[in-house]
Design a protein around this ligand. Structure first.
Ligand code: 26Q
Length: 809
């Protein structure tokens, strides 16, 4: 029996009132925004549940080949609007909220974000799930049900402080606890070898319990599943302590296991090898592999054909221990011969790399692995021995080659290189933009690419148009619907049709009126969160992303200070009013990133209160950046700052979201900026600075930032103002370290090398913004050419070229 879809407003009102009574426990006329949020969610949940049941049984009957996306992070954000959109219930829900004396916008804002990720990599996983559902791919995402997601950022006295994010405190309407799905996950102990057999005598065990979230598609009735694991101490845990009444001890032991799924690890500048992080990685991987194998055996009765029906994808190296885990289960538990197991393993796994920076590559001390996963370490050693023997035959006697390929880094404390393990265990390896994938095979994985060139490929990232255009920018979505119909949601390439409208004065003015409304909404957010009033007629210049030295928020600040000084020097000049907007979190232990946040606040305090400046320049930092904040900022941006040192940003995805919402990009020749330029054309993007080969050459040739400081008086004045304490009069030395790192510390990310070109280019931005018609036409061209950056395109490509799963054309 199907629950009828409440797509009329009376049916919706009845369904909501029934849920208010049944699940929320309040009378309709007493319902608060939060109560209504829960009730609407329940109505949607019922529909999703039906789709879920149908999708599952269809895939089971078809014995479908499935893809399993393993990721430590899924940065989902809110679900309500997305679910209503997919179910085509937005209008009915909106009317019903009015009948309940509320607005859907207000009700929606009472849902906490599911912030189970740090940034780009986690949000990419969420966009990918959306596209897998949308394309009807038989698929699961697997991850961890963190009790606490990404920390909340609070600004105190201009500095970042971190607060916990207890997103589950009031429960979530979106999860389906699967009480019957639970797997033991073991840790520690030692390995016994009995003849050929290895037996892992583990020291402890924890239960992984499944919680599902249904991921609806927009273009289809099919859904995907996000299965998240929660760590629960086994029921019989330390009964002895419990029985003798030592509850303190019993609780302590319980916590030692359950802490595994407590909190998301922040992506630090250098990932410290923390034992709990390793336990998290193994915990979710072990549970997921068991779940996958169980489903496979139920459908096919044998593991010999695993690779024919199962594709497991590793989102970065975080789940790389899955390679050793699959070998462990196949060989030790199913008595499969090593060679057969290894062949299946390589055909089953594929791996995406998201970074080239050596300090960000994951490695684990051999000693730690020995302690936590002794059998897996043995397996890794055996994989390594056989692999190196094969490599040696290709280049006999080349010890450097073998040392670079080895899964073990032998310099100093021996460490396991998770990237090497991922490559060796996979049949396909990809980067996330054309440039990044090219650099991967030329640098990081050059030796592997020599061995197996056919395994390396590119899959340029994408974003879901449902959330980042239809949901975040309803005004623009409506304009597109009027002009080209609604199908762009599933076929973003159709946006190309509006390019012709760039010269249509009526379209242009509607387009800019929508941008203006979005800027008014953004200005309200700015005032609410920072207290600063900004003029929506100004150019809204936006840099929103994690705070990291390579992303060069500091270069942006140098430009702001340059502009401040220039306005003071020439107050009568015809300045284009500008608001520079930052948002982003710094990892709690990343001192330089935190110092940049503080500098932004200190500089903003001076500029925003300087009566000589007025509306000509404002500088604001919107706190607690996350998916929901991004949904307000993206549509209100005029200018998108994508200014990483060339060769450092693997792809970027915010660059795509901003351009899709009609912002022009000022950016370096880096990551996906390059492909954005190729799509929109050189005249419709502001590219500046050194390119990757020039960065490399300048580093080799002995880069001397001090020379630039001495030869560019404007730059000198800006840096002197910072280091001399002009923006921190209460503590003049506050930013000396930051400036010294540029002048004396080698300016690792070459801000000074790109400074002059950046300032010049910002002047070109001003000049274009002063011609609103020309600006509008370029903004339209940008939006119209973002079709290729739909995550539907990316996922279809993965499905065809890596996972070997059919997708409808
Ligand atoms: C590793 C070990 C221990 C603790 C944390 C981590 C960790 C966690 C998250 C390391 C890295 C991350 C996240 C990386 C990330 O977000 N990379 C970004 O991925 C995007 C999607 O491909 C790209 O667009 C960005 O360019 C890339 O920086």
């Amino acid at each position: 029996m199907n629950t009828p879809i409440p797509d009329s407003s009376t049916a919706m009102n009845m369904a909501i009132d029934a849920q208010l009574l049944k699940t929320v426990g309040v009378a309709s006329h007493d319902a608060t925004s939060t109560d209504l949020m829960k009730a609407v969610a329940q109505v949607a949940r019922e529909q999703l549940s039906e789709r879920w049941v149908q999708s599952q049984s269809a895939d089971r009957e078809n014995k479908a080949r499935r893809v399993y996306y393993l990721s430590m992070e899924f940065l989902i954000g809110r679900t309500l609007s997305n679910a209503l959109g997919a179910l085509r219930l937005t209008n009915a829900a909106s009317k019903s909220m009015m009948d309940h004396a509320h607005t859907l916008e207000d009700v929606r804002d009472h849902e906490p974000d599911a912030a189970l990720g740090n940034g780009g990599l986690g949000r990419l996983a969420a966009c990918f799930l959306d596209s897998m559902a949308n394309l009807g791919l038989p698929s699961f995402g697997y991850g961890i049900r963190y009790e606490y997601g990404m920390f909340k950022q609070k600004i105190v006295g201009g500095a970042q402080t971190e607060l916990p994010d207890p997103w589950l405190a009031d429960g979530t309407p979106w999860e389906f606890p699967r009480a019957d799905i639970s797997f033991p996950v073991r840790f520690g102990g030692w390995v016994e070898h009995i003849g050929e057999r290895a037996v892992w005598r583990h020291a402890g065990e924890v239960a992984a319990k499944a919680y599902d979230m249904v991921i609806p598609g927009y273009g289809t009735q099919k859904v995907s599943t996000l299965r998240l694991w929660k760590a629960v101490a086994p029921a019989d845990l330390d009964l002895q302590a419990f029985n003798v009444g030592d509850y303190g001890r019993a609780a302590q032991v319980k916590n030692e296991y359950e802490n595994i799924s407590w909190v998301l690890y922040p992506n630090d500048s250098t990932p410290a090898g923390r034992e709990l992080r390793l336990r998290q990685e193994y915990f979710f991987v072990a549970a997921s592999v068991r779940d996958i194998l169980l489903r496979h055996i139920m459908e096919h009765g044998s593991l010999a054909n695993l690779h024919e029906k199962v594709a497991i994808h590793l989102n970065d190296t975080h789940p790389a221990i899955a390679v050793a885990e699959l070998m462990h289960v196949l060989c030790d538990e199913h008595s499969m011969p090593w060679a057969q197991a290894w062949s299946i393993c390589q055909k089953t796994f594929s791996y995406t790399n998201h970074t080239l920076m050596p300090e960000a590559l994951e490695t684990w001390p051999v000693g730690l692995l020995q302690h936590v996963l002794p059998r897996h370490l043995e397996i890794i050693f055996r994989i390594n021995a056989e692999f190196l023997a094969e490599a040696e035959r290709r280049r006999p006697g080349d010890v450097g080659f073998l040392a670079r390929l080895s899964l073990i880094d032998e310099h100093g404390e021996r460490r396991v290189r998770m990237a090497n393990l991922s490559v060796v265990g996979s049949h396909m390896i990809n980067g996330v933009s054309a440039l990044h994938s090219d650099l991967l095979i030329k640098t990081l994985f050059a030796d592997f690419a020599f061995l197996w060139p056919e395994r390396f490929t590119n899959m340029t990232n994408g974003i879901t148009p449902r959330r980042w255009l239809a949901q975040a920018n309803p005004g623009l979505a409506a304009l597109l619907d009027q002009n080209i119909g609604p199908d762009w949601r599933n076929h973003l390439d159709l946006l190309k049709q509006v390019e012709a409208k760039k010269d249509d004065a009526a379209f242009r003015s509607e387009f800019m009126a929508i941008k203006r409304e979005n800027k008014v909404r953004l200005a309200a957010l700015i005032e609410r969160t920072t207290g600063v009033k900004v003029n929506p007629a100004s150019l809204f210049d936006v840099q929103i992303k994690r705070i990291h030295e390579y992303k060069r928020q500091l270069l942006n600040v140098l430009h702001v200070i340059w502009r401040y000084q220039a306005i003071i020097a020439a107050p009568e000049a015809d300045w284009v009013p500008r608001v520079t907007i930052f948002a982003g979190k710094a990892a709690s232990g990343y001192a330089a990133a935190k110092s940049i946040i503080r500098l932004i606040h200190d500089v903003g305090e001076i500029i925003n209160n300087d009566p000589r400046i007025g509306d000509k320049l404002k500088l604001v930092f919107i706190p607690n950046y996350g998916v929901s904040v991004a949904e307000v900022i993206m549509p209100g941006a005029d200018l998108s700052e994508q200014i990483s040192t060339a060769g450092t940003e693997a792809s970027g995805t915010g660059n795509m979201k901003l351009a899709l919402n009609g912002a022009l990009t000022i950016g370096t020749d880096d990551g996906a900026n390059i492909e954005i330029r190729e799509n929109v054309g050189d005249d419709n993007i502001f590219i500046f600075g050194l390119r990757t080969p020039e960065v490399q050459a300048m580093k080799k040739g002995g880069y001397q930032p001090m020379r630039l400081y001495e030869s560019n008086p404007g730059l000198k004045t800006v840096l002197d103002a910072i280091s001399g304490g002009q923006f921190s009069p209460d503590e003049p030395g506050r930013y000396r370290g930051l400036v010294d790192a540029l002048l004396w510390g080698g300016d690792h990310y070459m801000l000074l090398a790109d400074y002059a070109s950046y300032i010049d280019t910002q002047l070109k931005v001003d000049a274009l913004y002063a011609q609103p018609e020309a600006w509008a036409s370029k903004a339209i061209i940008n939006m119209a050419n973002m079709g290729t950056f739909s995550s539907d395109r990316t996922i279809a490509q993965y499905a065809r070229e890596i996972w070997n799963i059919p997708v409808a054309p």
